[in-house]
Ligand binder design. Structure first.
Ligand SMILES: C[S@@+](CC[C@H](N)C(=O)[O-])C[C@H]1O[C@@H](n2cnc3c(N)ncnc32)[C@H](O)[C@@H]1O
Length: 241
């Protein structure tokens, strides 16, 4: 059952996260595993960055996200880019009932970090299986627990908004709870132009690579390709067994 974190509903903050997301480098990884005939389902599509990147390369993309604020921003992107083959809806990925089967399910930017506990993991992967056609693919990126970023107490980046040239910094104050594999972080955004500081808590479930391999195997998926992106994410391309 989906429960949303505060930061996914805060339109002011989402603006900054969207700029950071636009500068991500993982979109190209997905490109290698899709083809022009694909109908794609984007679970936890957020502000639609991955969906609108994929749309011109495939037949259709349907994006689902539990946050109405995210879907509203995704729809703004869709209109701005005049994309006719993308649909965004507010919905809980554990409970969607699509009318068709998809060639591919994608989950970008560590959606699995919002999936807590084995019951939800199994429910989600069962749902993914039911949404895919027999030869369907599952493509996702994830921040893994075995990641050197967690050795640092904090991470900081300076970002420039390409549209306005305004600068802001984003700092993650890390707290890693190894007992529960939980990453708690306070995210602090300093907007230098508007002279504002925003703070928000974020909590993520972390998986080791082995846990992901076991989960995929248990849920009947085989890994076809696994690679790192140049950022924090690992990319997995899987098929149903
Ligand atoms: C880290 S963001 C990733 C956004 C997007 N996939 C991307 O590539 O930028 C995780 C997203 O999952 C969504 N989410 C969390 N739980 C959900 C659920 N049960 N059903 C649908 N979306 C969910 C959140 O609202 C958020 O937009």
């Amino acid at each position: 059952m989906g429960v949303l974190q505060a930061m996914y509903r805060d339109s002011k903050l989402l603006h900054y996260f969207d700029i950071v997301r636009q500068q991500s480098t993982d979109f190209d990884l997905f490109r290698q595993d899709i083809s022009k005939s694909f109908d794609i389902l984007d679970l936890g599509c957020g502000q639609g960055s991955l969906a609108v990147f994929l749309a011109p390369l495939v037949k259709s993309v349907d994006g689902v996200d539990l946050s109405p604020e995210m879907i509203s921003l995704a729809n703004q992107k869709k209109s701005k880019m005049e994309l006719a083959n993308v649909d965004f809806v507010v919905g809980d990925m554990y409970h969607i009932n699509p009318k068709k089967r998809y060639d591919c399910v994608v989950m970008g930017n560590s959606v699995l970090s919002d999936v807590n506990g084995i019951e939800n993991q199994v429910a989600l992967f069962e749902k993914i299986r039911s949404c895919l056609n027999k030869s369907g693919k599952l493509l996702f990126t994830i921040v893994l627990l075995d990641n050197s970023m967690f050795e640092k107490e904090y991470l900081k980046r300076e970002i420039t908004d390409p549209e306005t040239n305004n600068k802001f910094s984003i700092r993650y104050e890390n707290q890693l709870d190894l007992a529960t594999s939980c990453w708690k972080t306070e995210i602090i955004i300093n907007d230098f132009f508007n002279n504002h500081e925003h703070r928000v808590q974020y909590q993520a479930s972390l998986y080791t690579r082995n846990e992901i391999l076991l989960l995929l195997k248990f849920m009947g998926f085989k890994i076809v390709r696994e690679t790192g992106s140049s950022g924090w994410m690992k990319y997995f391309s899987c098929e149903m067994i």
